[in-house]
Design a protein around this ligand. Structure first.
Ligand code: NDP
Length: 236
């Protein structure tokens, strides 16, 4: 049984973020999610925030602090893709993805660090992707942003590691979501051939790794990249 904490998950209204928030609730934590639209799972506090906007992040944290207490665990999950080959990618497609996935994470964890430093306790989990270290044709913006999260977690570890704060990266591979389910069956089969586990992951398999990293048992793990990819990215 891990100590109940105040948790904030960005992008908790759907997909992987929703599953992560659900898992934290199931394990007895006080959980808030940020959402631009929609709501987090039952038992969570939903606050509005756009990670590209510092003021909206600040307002979201203030609301969570007022209603649930200072944030002790933050999961930076919000992210976007704008895929196309490098030759065709506009500056805007590159900037938008980096500004959301990398800049957004910076804004979210910087704001979280205030309370964590005061408490001399904190758990920071950044949701990256297997393609961050593997590379991916057609995703130079996304892969760059996700690789950047590794440098970010390791820099946070060096800056704040002595204050009871850990920062780690979770790097999912193919996850069973609406997106993967809508792929044609032969495309899905082709992807699965490349994955040693021979299948996609359930969102809960990512969520349980995140809650474990945020819990008491993972106090001595920091600056790590934890793959949840069925072996797809081996060799990182
Ligand atoms: P979804 O597209 O289902 O959800 C993305 C979430 O991010 C939504 O809640 C969305 O909010 C939020 N978001 C996007 N832009 C912003 C913004 N500017 N401000 C605030 N919130 C924002 O994604 P997944 O659940 O599939 O992915 C979640 C994370 O996991 C992402 O970081 C993704 O890169 C990563 N990942 C996903 C994999 C997969 O197979 N699905 C594999 C590897 C990594 P809104 O609903 O308002 O748009």
């Amino acid at each position: 049984m891990t100590t109940p904490r105040t948790v904030l998950v960005t992008g908790g209204n759907r997909g992987i973020g929703y599953a992560i928030a659900e898992q934290f609730v199931a394990e007895g934590h006080r959980v808030a999610v940020t959402a631009r639209s929609g709501e987090g799972p039952e038992g969570t506090l939903t606050v509005r925030a756009d990670v590209t906007d510092t003021a909206s992040i600040d307002a979201a944290y203030s609301e969570v602090e007022e209603k649930l207490g200072a944030v002790e665990v933050v999961v930076a999950n919000a992210g976007i893709t704008r895929d196309t080959l490098m030759m065709r990618m506009s500056d805007d497609d590159f900037d938008a993805v980096v500004d959301t996935n990398l800049g957004g994470t910076f804004r979210v964890v910087k704001r979280a660090s205030k309370g964590m430093l005061k408490a001399r306790y904190g758990r920071i989990v950044l949701i990256s992707s297997v393609v961050g270290l593997l590379g991916s044709a057609g995703q130079i913006n996304y892969a760059s942003s996700k690789a950047g999260l590794v440098g970010m977690a390791r820099s946070i570890t060096r800056e704040l590691g002595a204050r009871g704060i850990t920062a780690n990266v979770v790097a999912p591979g193919f996850i069973q979501t609406d997106m993967t389910a809508s792929l044609p069956e032969d495309t899905q089969a082709e992807y699965k051939k490349r994955i040693p586990a021979g299948r996609f992951a359930e969102v809960s398999e990512v969520a349980r790794v995140v809650t474990w990293l945020a819990g008491d048992d993972a106090a001595y793990i920091s600056g790590a990249v934890i793959p949840v990819d069925g072996g797809l990215g081996m060799g990182h």
